[in-house]
Design a binder for this molecule. Structure first.
Ligand code: FNR
Length: 369
Protein backbone atom coordinates (compact mmCIF):
# COMPACT_ATOMS: atom_id res chain seq x y z
CA UNK A 1 0.00 0.00 0.00
CA UNK A 2 1.17 3.50 -0.83
CA UNK A 3 1.86 5.59 2.24
CA UNK A 4 -0.01 8.91 2.07
CA UNK A 5 2.36 11.81 1.41
CA UNK A 6 1.29 13.31 4.76
CA UNK A 7 2.93 10.37 6.50
CA UNK A 8 6.05 10.16 4.37
CA UNK A 9 9.16 11.55 6.05
CA UNK A 10 10.85 14.60 4.59
CA UNK A 11 14.52 15.45 4.89
CA UNK A 12 15.47 19.11 4.68
CA UNK A 13 19.23 19.55 4.98
CA UNK A 14 20.11 17.46 8.09
CA UNK A 15 16.61 17.57 9.55
CA UNK A 16 14.35 14.60 8.87
CA UNK A 17 10.78 15.00 9.98
CA UNK A 18 8.73 11.81 10.37
CA UNK A 19 5.63 13.22 8.70
CA UNK A 20 4.53 16.42 6.98
CA UNK A 21 2.53 17.88 9.86
CA UNK A 22 3.87 21.03 11.51
CA UNK A 23 2.47 22.70 14.59
CA UNK A 24 2.36 26.36 13.53
CA UNK A 25 3.77 28.93 15.94
CA UNK A 26 1.21 30.19 18.46
CA UNK A 27 1.69 32.94 21.04
CA UNK A 28 0.46 31.68 24.37
CA UNK A 29 1.01 34.80 26.50
CA UNK A 30 2.49 32.60 29.21
CA UNK A 31 6.09 33.78 29.41
CA UNK A 32 7.73 35.92 32.07
CA UNK A 33 10.53 38.32 31.10
CA UNK A 34 10.74 36.32 27.89
CA UNK A 35 11.32 33.02 29.68
CA UNK A 36 9.36 29.98 28.61
CA UNK A 37 7.69 28.30 31.57
CA UNK A 38 6.28 24.92 32.56
CA UNK A 39 3.29 25.94 30.47
CA UNK A 40 5.46 25.73 27.35
CA UNK A 41 6.94 22.38 28.35
CA UNK A 42 3.45 20.91 28.55
CA UNK A 43 1.93 22.81 25.62
CA UNK A 44 4.70 22.18 23.09
CA UNK A 45 5.66 18.81 24.49
CA UNK A 46 2.14 17.44 24.11
CA UNK A 47 2.15 18.03 20.35
CA UNK A 48 5.29 15.92 20.07
CA UNK A 49 3.80 13.17 22.25
CA UNK A 50 0.89 13.10 19.84
CA UNK A 51 3.03 12.75 16.76
CA UNK A 52 3.52 16.13 15.06
CA UNK A 53 6.57 15.93 12.81
CA UNK A 54 7.80 19.41 13.71
CA UNK A 55 6.74 21.77 16.48
CA UNK A 56 7.52 25.46 15.93
CA UNK A 57 7.49 27.46 19.15
CA UNK A 58 5.72 30.79 19.19
CA UNK A 59 7.00 34.19 18.02
CA UNK A 60 10.02 34.80 20.24
CA UNK A 61 11.40 38.30 20.40
CA UNK A 62 14.99 39.02 19.40
CA UNK A 63 14.96 42.14 21.61
CA UNK A 64 12.66 43.03 24.54
CA UNK A 65 10.77 45.79 22.74
CA UNK A 66 10.08 43.34 19.88
CA UNK A 67 7.53 41.45 21.97
CA UNK A 68 3.86 41.77 21.07
CA UNK A 69 2.92 41.75 24.76
CA UNK A 70 4.84 41.68 28.05
CA UNK A 71 3.98 37.96 28.28
CA UNK A 72 5.61 36.93 25.00
CA UNK A 73 8.56 34.58 24.76
CA UNK A 74 12.00 36.10 24.18
CA UNK A 75 15.31 34.84 22.89
CA UNK A 76 17.32 38.01 23.42
CA UNK A 77 19.36 36.67 26.33
CA UNK A 78 21.58 33.62 26.83
CA UNK A 79 19.58 32.99 30.00
CA UNK A 80 16.60 32.06 27.81
CA UNK A 81 18.44 29.07 26.31
CA UNK A 82 18.09 26.68 29.24
CA UNK A 83 14.29 26.29 29.24
CA UNK A 84 14.11 26.11 25.45
CA UNK A 85 16.68 23.30 25.53
CA UNK A 86 14.67 21.40 28.13
CA UNK A 87 11.69 21.45 25.76
CA UNK A 88 13.81 20.55 22.71
CA UNK A 89 15.29 17.56 24.55
CA UNK A 90 11.82 16.35 25.49
CA UNK A 91 10.48 16.80 21.96
CA UNK A 92 13.47 14.95 20.50
CA UNK A 93 12.87 12.07 22.89
CA UNK A 94 9.39 11.72 21.34
CA UNK A 95 10.88 11.44 17.84
CA UNK A 96 9.78 14.93 16.76
CA UNK A 97 11.74 18.02 15.75
CA UNK A 98 11.54 21.51 17.18
CA UNK A 99 11.96 24.99 15.79
CA UNK A 100 11.39 28.46 17.17
CA UNK A 101 10.00 31.53 15.46
CA UNK A 102 12.38 34.51 15.62
CA UNK A 103 10.33 37.66 15.76
CA UNK A 104 10.13 41.39 16.17
CA UNK A 105 6.65 42.81 16.60
CA UNK A 106 7.43 46.21 15.05
CA UNK A 107 4.42 48.51 15.11
CA UNK A 108 2.29 45.85 16.81
CA UNK A 109 4.45 45.71 19.96
CA UNK A 110 3.61 46.58 23.56
CA UNK A 111 0.02 45.36 23.40
CA UNK A 112 -1.98 44.05 26.33
CA UNK A 113 -2.11 40.24 26.33
CA UNK A 114 -5.64 39.08 25.50
CA UNK A 115 -6.41 37.12 28.64
CA UNK A 116 -4.80 38.87 31.57
CA UNK A 117 -4.12 42.18 33.25
CA UNK A 118 -0.55 43.44 33.17
CA UNK A 119 0.70 46.41 35.22
CA UNK A 120 1.19 49.58 33.20
CA UNK A 121 4.90 49.60 34.06
CA UNK A 122 5.42 46.40 32.03
CA UNK A 123 4.73 48.20 28.72
CA UNK A 124 7.14 50.25 26.56
CA UNK A 125 4.69 52.58 24.88
CA UNK A 126 7.32 55.19 23.93
CA UNK A 127 9.60 52.64 22.24
CA UNK A 128 7.37 50.93 19.70
CA UNK A 129 9.38 50.99 16.49
CA UNK A 130 8.62 50.65 12.79
CA UNK A 131 10.06 51.55 9.39
CA UNK A 132 7.88 54.66 9.43
CA UNK A 133 6.38 56.54 12.37
CA UNK A 134 2.95 58.09 12.67
CA UNK A 135 -0.42 56.47 12.51
CA UNK A 136 -1.96 56.68 9.06
CA UNK A 137 -2.70 52.96 9.01
CA UNK A 138 -3.17 52.30 12.67
CA UNK A 139 -4.12 48.66 13.15
CA UNK A 140 -6.68 49.28 15.85
CA UNK A 141 -7.45 51.82 18.52
CA UNK A 142 -5.43 49.89 21.07
CA UNK A 143 -2.27 50.30 19.04
CA UNK A 144 0.54 52.60 19.97
CA UNK A 145 1.85 55.18 17.53
CA UNK A 146 5.23 53.88 16.40
CA UNK A 147 8.48 55.78 16.06
CA UNK A 148 10.69 55.54 12.94
CA UNK A 149 13.82 53.40 13.27
CA UNK A 150 17.21 54.91 12.49
CA UNK A 151 19.50 53.03 10.10
CA UNK A 152 21.81 52.25 12.99
CA UNK A 153 18.91 50.75 14.98
CA UNK A 154 17.83 48.71 11.96
CA UNK A 155 21.28 47.23 11.70
CA UNK A 156 21.31 46.39 15.41
CA UNK A 157 18.02 44.50 14.99
CA UNK A 158 19.48 42.56 12.04
CA UNK A 159 22.37 41.52 14.31
CA UNK A 160 19.90 40.55 17.05
CA UNK A 161 18.33 38.00 14.69
CA UNK A 162 21.82 36.53 14.26
CA UNK A 163 22.60 36.21 17.97
CA UNK A 164 19.12 34.77 18.54
CA UNK A 165 19.93 32.07 15.95
CA UNK A 166 23.10 31.17 17.84
CA UNK A 167 20.98 30.74 21.00
CA UNK A 168 18.48 28.59 19.11
CA UNK A 169 21.32 26.39 17.98
CA UNK A 170 22.74 26.16 21.52
CA UNK A 171 19.26 25.07 22.69
CA UNK A 172 19.53 22.15 20.27
CA UNK A 173 16.76 23.33 17.95
CA UNK A 174 16.54 21.75 14.52
CA UNK A 175 15.40 24.88 12.72
CA UNK A 176 14.50 28.54 13.14
CA UNK A 177 11.64 30.33 11.44
CA UNK A 178 12.06 34.02 10.64
CA UNK A 179 8.73 35.77 11.24
CA UNK A 180 8.12 37.94 8.21
CA UNK A 181 4.30 37.82 8.36
CA UNK A 182 1.20 39.28 10.02
CA UNK A 183 2.07 42.98 10.22
CA UNK A 184 5.12 42.60 12.43
CA UNK A 185 8.40 44.40 11.79
CA UNK A 186 9.66 42.57 8.67
CA UNK A 187 6.22 42.77 7.05
CA UNK A 188 6.09 46.48 7.99
CA UNK A 189 9.24 46.96 5.90
CA UNK A 190 7.99 44.88 2.95
CA UNK A 191 4.65 46.64 2.51
CA UNK A 192 4.60 50.05 0.80
CA UNK A 193 1.67 50.92 3.08
CA UNK A 194 3.65 50.72 6.31
CA UNK A 195 7.04 51.57 4.79
CA UNK A 196 7.24 55.16 3.62
CA UNK A 197 11.01 55.52 4.03
CA UNK A 198 13.07 57.34 1.44
CA UNK A 199 16.46 55.80 2.31
CA UNK A 200 17.94 52.42 1.25
CA UNK A 201 15.24 50.58 3.28
CA UNK A 202 12.24 52.12 1.51
CA UNK A 203 10.85 52.79 -1.95
CA UNK A 204 11.60 50.06 -4.51
CA UNK A 205 10.82 46.40 -3.77
CA UNK A 206 14.55 45.78 -3.56
CA UNK A 207 14.85 48.46 -0.86
CA UNK A 208 11.78 47.32 1.08
CA UNK A 209 13.11 43.75 1.04
CA UNK A 210 16.60 44.83 2.15
CA UNK A 211 15.85 44.44 5.89
CA UNK A 212 14.50 40.91 5.33
CA UNK A 213 17.42 39.88 3.15
CA UNK A 214 19.94 41.23 5.63
CA UNK A 215 18.21 39.21 8.35
CA UNK A 216 18.21 36.06 6.23
CA UNK A 217 21.93 36.51 5.56
CA UNK A 218 22.66 37.13 9.25
CA UNK A 219 20.64 34.10 10.37
CA UNK A 220 22.20 31.89 7.70
CA UNK A 221 25.69 32.92 8.84
CA UNK A 222 24.90 32.28 12.50
CA UNK A 223 22.78 29.13 12.39
CA UNK A 224 24.57 25.83 11.62
CA UNK A 225 24.75 25.44 7.87
CA UNK A 226 23.48 21.84 7.94
CA UNK A 227 20.24 22.97 9.60
CA UNK A 228 17.34 24.43 7.59
CA UNK A 229 15.83 27.90 7.90
CA UNK A 230 12.14 28.66 7.54
CA UNK A 231 10.69 32.04 6.60
CA UNK A 232 7.06 32.85 7.26
CA UNK A 233 5.51 35.61 5.15
CA UNK A 234 2.17 37.17 4.50
CA UNK A 235 1.68 36.71 0.77
CA UNK A 236 -0.62 39.74 0.63
CA UNK A 237 -1.93 42.67 2.68
CA UNK A 238 -5.37 41.61 1.37
CA UNK A 239 -6.38 45.20 0.71
CA UNK A 240 -6.58 45.30 -3.11
CA UNK A 241 -10.36 45.64 -2.86
CA UNK A 242 -10.34 48.33 -0.19
CA UNK A 243 -7.29 50.51 -0.75
CA UNK A 244 -6.46 52.22 -4.00
CA UNK A 245 -2.71 52.26 -4.49
CA UNK A 246 0.30 50.06 -3.84
CA UNK A 247 0.20 47.39 -1.15
CA UNK A 248 1.94 44.09 -0.48
CA UNK A 249 0.77 41.33 -2.84
CA UNK A 250 1.50 37.88 -4.21
CA UNK A 251 3.52 39.18 -7.18
CA UNK A 252 6.06 40.81 -4.86
CA UNK A 253 5.96 37.72 -2.65
CA UNK A 254 6.98 35.54 -5.61
CA UNK A 255 9.94 37.84 -6.24
CA UNK A 256 11.17 37.82 -2.64
CA UNK A 257 10.71 34.03 -2.52
CA UNK A 258 13.29 33.79 -5.32
CA UNK A 259 15.64 36.17 -3.53
CA UNK A 260 15.43 34.47 -0.13
CA UNK A 261 15.92 31.06 -1.70
CA UNK A 262 19.20 32.32 -3.13
CA UNK A 263 20.07 33.75 0.29
CA UNK A 264 19.63 30.38 2.01
CA UNK A 265 16.00 30.04 3.09
CA UNK A 266 14.97 26.39 2.81
CA UNK A 267 11.25 26.51 3.62
CA UNK A 268 8.79 29.26 2.68
CA UNK A 269 5.78 29.27 5.00
CA UNK A 270 2.90 31.06 3.36
CA UNK A 271 0.34 33.00 5.40
CA UNK A 272 -1.42 36.30 4.64
CA UNK A 273 -2.70 39.57 6.10
CA UNK A 274 -2.19 41.21 9.46
CA UNK A 275 -0.62 44.48 8.35
CA UNK A 276 -3.54 46.77 7.69
CA UNK A 277 -6.73 47.26 9.68
CA UNK A 278 -8.80 47.65 6.52
CA UNK A 279 -7.86 44.20 5.19
CA UNK A 280 -10.58 42.06 3.75
CA UNK A 281 -9.98 38.44 4.77
CA UNK A 282 -12.26 35.80 3.41
CA UNK A 283 -11.31 32.83 5.52
CA UNK A 284 -12.53 29.37 4.54
CA UNK A 285 -10.88 25.94 4.67
CA UNK A 286 -7.62 26.09 2.76
CA UNK A 287 -8.00 29.79 1.91
CA UNK A 288 -4.27 30.47 1.84
CA UNK A 289 -3.32 27.35 -0.12
CA UNK A 290 -3.50 29.12 -3.52
CA UNK A 291 -0.72 31.47 -2.36
CA UNK A 292 1.45 28.49 -1.38
CA UNK A 293 0.67 26.79 -4.67
CA UNK A 294 1.72 29.88 -6.64
CA UNK A 295 5.09 30.01 -4.83
CA UNK A 296 5.65 26.29 -5.32
CA UNK A 297 5.01 26.64 -9.06
CA UNK A 298 7.14 29.71 -9.57
CA UNK A 299 10.09 28.94 -7.34
CA UNK A 300 11.20 25.38 -8.05
CA UNK A 301 13.33 23.84 -5.33
CA UNK A 302 11.93 26.01 -2.55
CA UNK A 303 10.09 23.85 -0.01
CA UNK A 304 6.67 25.34 0.68
CA UNK A 305 4.50 25.05 3.80
CA UNK A 306 0.76 25.77 3.57
CA UNK A 307 -1.30 27.00 6.53
CA UNK A 308 -4.79 28.26 7.26
CA UNK A 309 -7.87 26.23 8.23
CA UNK A 310 -6.51 22.93 7.02
CA UNK A 311 -9.04 20.82 8.78
CA UNK A 312 -7.93 17.21 8.63
CA UNK A 313 -5.98 14.38 7.05
CA UNK A 314 -7.87 14.11 3.76
CA UNK A 315 -7.69 17.80 3.05
CA UNK A 316 -4.01 17.93 3.97
CA UNK A 317 -3.25 14.92 1.80
CA UNK A 318 -5.01 16.49 -1.18
CA UNK A 319 -2.87 19.64 -0.90
CA UNK A 320 0.29 17.54 -0.82
CA UNK A 321 -0.74 15.07 -3.48
CA UNK A 322 -1.69 17.85 -5.89
CA UNK A 323 1.73 19.37 -5.21
CA UNK A 324 0.33 22.64 -3.95
CA UNK A 325 2.68 22.47 -0.94
CA UNK A 326 5.23 20.17 0.67
CA UNK A 327 4.29 20.66 4.32
CA UNK A 328 1.06 21.29 6.21
CA UNK A 329 1.02 23.64 9.19
CA UNK A 330 -1.88 23.63 11.63
CA UNK A 331 -2.52 25.98 14.54
CA UNK A 332 -6.08 26.10 15.88
CA UNK A 333 -6.69 22.54 14.73
CA UNK A 334 -4.14 21.42 17.32
CA UNK A 335 -5.69 23.55 20.07
CA UNK A 336 -9.06 21.96 19.44
CA UNK A 337 -7.68 18.50 18.98
CA UNK A 338 -4.22 17.59 20.26
CA UNK A 339 -4.77 14.24 18.50
CA UNK A 340 -4.83 15.94 15.10
CA UNK A 341 -2.08 13.65 13.75
CA UNK A 342 -3.64 10.44 15.06
CA UNK A 343 -7.00 11.40 13.64
CA UNK A 344 -5.42 12.29 10.30
CA UNK A 345 -3.73 8.87 10.31
CA UNK A 346 -7.06 7.20 10.96
CA UNK A 347 -8.73 9.20 8.21
CA UNK A 348 -6.04 8.12 5.77
CA UNK A 349 -5.89 4.53 6.96
CA UNK A 350 -2.26 4.72 7.93
CA UNK A 351 -1.27 1.57 9.75
CA UNK A 352 1.93 0.41 8.13
CA UNK A 353 5.51 1.61 8.18
CA UNK A 354 6.45 2.52 11.69
CA UNK A 355 9.07 5.11 12.27
CA UNK A 356 10.27 5.37 15.84
CA UNK A 357 7.72 8.09 16.21
CA UNK A 358 4.82 6.25 14.68
CA UNK A 359 5.45 3.22 16.87
CA UNK A 360 5.25 5.57 19.84
CA UNK A 361 1.92 6.71 18.49
CA UNK A 362 0.72 3.16 18.23
CA UNK A 363 1.74 2.45 21.77
CA UNK A 364 0.04 5.58 23.05
CA UNK A 365 -3.31 5.22 21.40
CA UNK A 366 -3.21 3.00 18.39
CA UNK A 367 -3.42 3.86 14.74
CA UNK A 368 -6.15 1.36 14.00
CA UNK A 369 -9.67 2.61 13.71
C1 FNR B 1 -1.39 32.33 15.96
N1 FNR B 1 -0.68 32.58 14.80
C2 FNR B 1 0.65 32.93 14.89
N2 FNR B 1 1.39 33.05 13.76
C3 FNR B 1 2.71 33.30 13.82
O1 FNR B 1 3.36 33.39 12.79
N3 FNR B 1 3.32 33.46 15.03
C4 FNR B 1 2.65 33.36 16.20
O2 FNR B 1 3.25 33.47 17.27
C5 FNR B 1 1.25 33.15 16.13
N4 FNR B 1 0.48 33.10 17.26
C6 FNR B 1 -0.80 32.61 17.22
C7 FNR B 1 -1.50 32.34 18.39
C8 FNR B 1 -2.76 31.75 18.33
C9 FNR B 1 -3.48 31.43 19.61
C10 FNR B 1 -3.34 31.45 17.08
C11 FNR B 1 -4.70 30.79 16.98
C12 FNR B 1 -2.68 31.75 15.93
C13 FNR B 1 -1.24 32.20 13.50
C14 FNR B 1 -1.14 30.71 13.27
O3 FNR B 1 0.21 30.27 13.26
C15 FNR B 1 -1.79 30.28 11.94
O4 FNR B 1 -1.11 30.87 10.86
C16 FNR B 1 -3.27 30.66 11.87
O5 FNR B 1 -3.92 30.40 13.07
C17 FNR B 1 -3.98 29.92 10.72
O6 FNR B 1 -3.84 28.53 10.86
P1 FNR B 1 -5.03 27.61 11.50
O7 FNR B 1 -5.24 28.04 12.89
O8 FNR B 1 -6.25 27.87 10.65
O9 FNR B 1 -4.52 26.20 11.37
Amino acid sequence: DKIPVLFQPLTIKDMTIANRVIVAPMCMYSAKDGFMTTFHVVHLGSFAIHGAGLVIAEASAVEPRGRISPQDVGIWSDDHIHKIKEIADFIHAQGSKMGIQLAHAGRKASMPPPYSQVPESDFWLDDVVAPSGGEPFKWSEAFVTPRELSVEEIQRIVKAFGTASVRASKAGLDTVEIHGAHGYLIHNFLSPITNQRTDQYGGSLENRARFLLEIVKEVRENFPKEKPIFLRVSASDLVEEVIDGPSWDIEQTVQIAKWVKEAGVDVFHVSSGGNVAQQSIKAFPGYQVPFAERIKKEVPGLIVAAVGIITGGKMAEEVLEQEKADLIAVARGFLRDPHFVLNAANELNVKAKFSQQQSNLKWRGGLAK
